[in-house]
Design a protein around this ligand. Sequence first.
Ligand code: NCD
Length: 306
Amino acid sequence: MHPRHLMSPLDLSVEELDTMMDLADDIRSHPEKYAHACDGKRLATLFYEPSTRTRLSFEAAMMNLGGTVLGFSSADNSSAAKGESVSDTIRVVSCYADIAAMRHPKEGAPLVASMKSLIPVINAGDGGHQHPTQTLTDLLTIRSLKGHFEGLTIGLCGDLKFGRTVHSLITALSRYHNIQFCLISPPELRVPSYVIEELKEKGIPYAEVVRLDEDTMKGLDILYMTRVQKERFFNEEDYIRMKDFYILDREKLAQAPKDMYIMHPLPRVNEISVEVDDDPRAQYFFQAQCGVYIRSALILTLLGLV
Ligand code: NCD
């Protein structure tokens, strides 16, 4: 039997996503039912790039299921520093663990690893490309807040060029009816053309705008903020010029609809002022919490335990 991997949100059908989100809701409401679901199973977290939420929420997710975890949290702590390929690493890890989550600075590295893997591999972020488990987290958050996806208008703001969470989220949401996107970025950080092509092919309405103002925010159901991805810039000067392009503070938020939720994959830098955190529309910490439930549901699904 070939293991099942997760490289892109499209690796799951809409029906499978629904089932997985139902499972995540059940795990959230009845954690005791699942406390031994992964007894004797091991998760490997292979992180070649920094992470707080993704790695720790994967580990918490597995521990909540009764499983154990092993792995490394930087390339320097692994044999990558000696020149080992991800293919060799995963072949070896396949002997030590039952499932692996991999984050890598190079686009496609988890896919390359999955081709040689004997266990399910989850893409936990590959360069500026995709971040499917953040998308599962985002979908669960949106469904919890709004109850559905149909007919929503989603604003995505910030670094839409390098922000992999944005690419995966647009791809995933594009499968729902009457969805619309408002893409808010500086001209230099627009959504890559391959994502725009997807929207055009599917006939999904979208607008690309530069300003985050009252006019832009009116009609948004969700405003998904992102940080400028410093580590993907070729020169420091460009980063410094862009980094504070958007700052959502209390004054700006006063112009936003009363029912517009604010999300952010985190970490935040300056793009959302801390004074916004107490506003009931700010949902980014709840979003981080959703990450644990959906990752538990994903682990159970890929291990074939549901
Ligand atoms: C995101 C990532 O790694 O792409 N973080 C996360 O996983 N929650 C967003 C970011 O780093 O800006």
